[in-house]
Design a protein around this ligand. Sequence first.
Ligand code: SF4
Length: 64
Amino acid sequence: MQISVDQDICIGAGQCALTAPQVFTQDDDGLSEVLPGREDGHGSPLVREAARACPVSAITVAEG
Ligand code: SF4
């Protein structure tokens, strides 16, 4: 699994960090970023839920 956040799309709603705080955080501008070393999802089942919860679909979850 490979997770990425498109900060050009992110509106800083914070749903991802609320849903899967082990993987997502918000930077100083309030935009989402993947925590360092957690790009593989850290085995969290909440990652997909976070991606679904994002209102602007800024989170990409790729398999492999
Ligand atoms: S849920 Fe989406 S819009 Fe909100 S902070 Fe996360 S990536 Fe950005």
